[in-house]
Write a protein that binds this ligand. Sequence first.
Ligand code: ADP
Ligand code: MG
Length: 750
Amino acid sequence: MPQENGNPRITVEKILKLERSTGFRDAAVTCGIEAFIERQLPSACSLVAGYAEASHFDRQRMIARLVDHLEGPPSAPSEAEITAPVAGLRGVGAKRGALLEKLGVTTVEDLLYYLPRRLEDRTRFASIGTLKPEDEAVVRGKILAVDQHRAGRGMTVVKAAIGDGTGFLYAVWFNQPWIAQQLRRGEEVDVFGRAEWKFREWQMASPTWEPAGAGREIGRLVPIYPATEGLTDRFVRALVERNLDAYLPAVRDVVPGDVRAAQDLPGPREAIASIHRPAGREAFERARRALAFEELFLLQVGLLSTTRDRAGVAHAGSGQLVNSLLASLPFPLTVAQQRALREIRHDLSEPVRMMRLLQGDVGSGKTLVAVAAALCAVEAGYQVALMAPTEILAEQHAANLDRLLAGLPVRVGLLTGTTSGDVDLRRSVEEELDLVVGTHALIQESVTFRRLGLVVIDEQHRFGVVQRSLIEEKGERVDLLVMSATPIPRTIALTLFGEFDISILDELPMGEKQTRTHWVAEARREAVYEEVGKALEDGRRGYVILPLVEESEKIDAKAAVKVYEELSERFSRARVGLLHGRLPAGEKAEVMTRFRGGDVHLLVSTTVVEVGVDILDADFMVIEHADRFGLSQLHQLRGRIGRSGQPSICFAIADARTDEARRRLEAFRDVADGFAIAEEDLRIRGPGDLLGTHQHGFLTRFRAVDLVADVSLMEAAQAAARVVHRRGVEPDTAAAAERRFGEVIRWLRV
Ligand code: ADP
Ligand code: MG
């Protein structure tokens, strides 16, 4: 190890020369190049981060960069350079560039907006004598001894004894042999970590350390960045730190001044600085909110910029038909239904194209609201299309409509994959029908409408945007109502459906659901099926739900068949039915009809039953391997039973193998409200799993937004974006929205 006497720069240059002449073998100094630079030239350590593991080529490049660095400071970047690739920054290179890209960081701007996940308080100093087990603290002391040895499986262990006059502490590092060379006896260091009382001595496992008082990694609030394999949090921190001052002036405020002022939040330069160099938690949170608002605002602006022209046609009639329908019902609308219907009728009567999301838990009565809306349009002389994701659902809707509209002068038809070959039917869609219910078959080119005025899409998340616009294009300036039974937290609804208005049915017609949920360990499965046996004896009907386990539907179908056979044998006096994704549509429909009619008592089903199926009498459900389902999905499934308000019972059979699974199953057992479930799901799993793959990418682009907490911020951002959109978006803002969210918006739009 070269001594630090003389000019460190000259020492470094010598070593670099040696490293070069010996073929970049990381052998010029015993401790390795990275540790050496970290000691000699801390400001440049990010340039050689990961040197020991880097390829020969990358090492060459790192050394070249380091030599550059020694020769002079970088010139201040111009504004344009904020969009420069992060891979061009000193210390990044191809390999790390690729890893950063994996984290969503491709430009310098991305890096500035790459926010720490949390702050770690490394300011609490403790003397060893006052430590308590599990304390997280900084200890400052002298290195008394350093020992390096091999443990099992080729692992190296470096152990340093540190003393501060009040006691001794052993810092231990695994598989980082170079640390042994960096620690020198007699030197003072700061170590930060969790103190443990082990083998009658104080230990810290893999603590962060630096020379006492260096103040880089210890002694302050340290931002902790999301890292990835091969790219440490420490590297990201050093990279941000190195580039912050140079690039900060290039950050532009893309939120219009009046909008920004109304929020009373700091501008982006101040916010970015206090995020990466937090002075305290409060300032950090204020800065986070400022950046979150900016993100939400840009997203909303981006969404609005791709939204169709909203000029529309008034599609509402006098209300006679709707009134007749409502008068014919044996029950009044719930308050929530009345409110939603009022909102929809308002939209229909304005010459603005309606874009409305009708959201409500399973059984909240969305279909009825949609039908009432349809009647408004029919009465004004328009046709209405109601599109559902499966044949089962479409058929169910058609049957309900026949019942609801009996006696009203409304001609209803059904168009599905099974019926769409029928030329007469297709002609009648065009000419005679008022209300057409169907599946994807509705969007076939050969299907045309005489005068389509309103499109209703059930279970909207099962359709892509292309399918949505294909059906819309069958009319001129049609109004659009999309429905979702998946309660999603308001924060997510506001972001995913930024351009939509939202009506919520937050009330069940039957009153609170009377479903009790039991979480049962796998070992007690037998007891559950005894209960099932009793229920069947009593003439009750219910489901056994099997998760999708394999990649292949075929294998799942086989598993379902096996369970079906077992249960058929076991409950030989009841009739058991089977439903899975690979059954032909006709057979599916037949099983459902028999189940509905009471001819099948126990329905063994994969998750195809999930969507909207409405068998009012079913009142028990067994969910096998419930740990394999997401919380929201479990709740959807449970919504299939107790549909007429009768007491019902749900058994979730599962062993919780992870802490997360346990939280999920407990929440499923204890929480009945769909929106509360959705929020808990979001809290437990984050947005990805909640929404499924399709919409996921959208939300992962957020850096600062807290999807659980930022509701009011989102509402404010949406309102502000609508105002700005109407008055015209400034080029800077539009460009930023495109840069930050353009890709995901387009992706979501396909
Ligand atoms: P969703 O589509 O929201 O799951 P549905 O529209 O299928 O709910 O309604 C569920 C059941 O409740 C249906 O059988 C429907 O006839 C009935 N229903 C709808 N609205 C009311 C109401 N206001 N009062 C009583 N029952 C209702
Ligand atoms: Mg429905």
